[in-house]
Design a protein around this ligand. Sequence first.
Ligand code: MG
Ligand code: MG
Length: 263
Amino acid sequence: MAEQIILKTAEEIELIRNSSLLVGKTLGELKKHIQPGVSTLHLDQIAETFIRDHGGVPAFKDYNASFADYPFPGSLCTSVNEQVVHGIPSDKVILQNGDLISIDCGVLMNGYFGDSAYTFAVGEVSSKKLRLMQVTKESLYKGIEMVVAGNRIGDISYAVQKHAERFGYSVVREMVGHGLGVSLHEAPEVPNHGKKRSGPVLVNGMVIAIEPMINMGKRFIKVGNDGWTVMSTDRQPSAHYEHSVAIVNGQPEILSTFAYIEN
Ligand code: MG
Ligand code: MG
């Protein structure tokens, strides 16, 4: 990740918004197909077709990460139950009633990235899982409230952590949010835990992806045998929500959207 934070012009923010909007529409399209009996590979194929039909390129497909031995094979990260993030879509992973699935989606269009994630319930899920989902999403919005010029990255981190831990959940620390723009992952890192008044100062033109990964049990994670899939060590469920957010006129402007999922 480059050290320098790249500030965006109003025109660039519009391009990131367009890509983020396509991510939101893709997640909305997927919502129609999430039900028991569906494979995560099927969801991936729907997403890839939808993104390409709308003029975008799936940003995660063939993504190279320093920690993995091979490029990411999917257009989506599909992480079920105790999987935290980076689950690989597969025809062998069939959604079951009561599962949680977090879907992370990225799009590249006109040279700019959008990035957003949402955790969906498959059929009827337990009230314990529903609460984890609700609190994780709330913690994302608590973080977004802190995206105000003059605040620091640590104010976002602190707000996310405080909310999640208030409910007895734990915050995954090894993976963090990030700046985005012409690259999917730019400076600064946006941790989901931390101290108030720490880290880089927020200024107009910054665009960051905030993405709490919250575990029902302990915070510890491990990477599966496939070299990508991150899961909780205690095999308790995990949830993940993400928005791409710009700072405009000193205030947060959410560029991605859950409207296509929730309305
Ligand atoms: Mg993402
Ligand atoms: Mg991200």
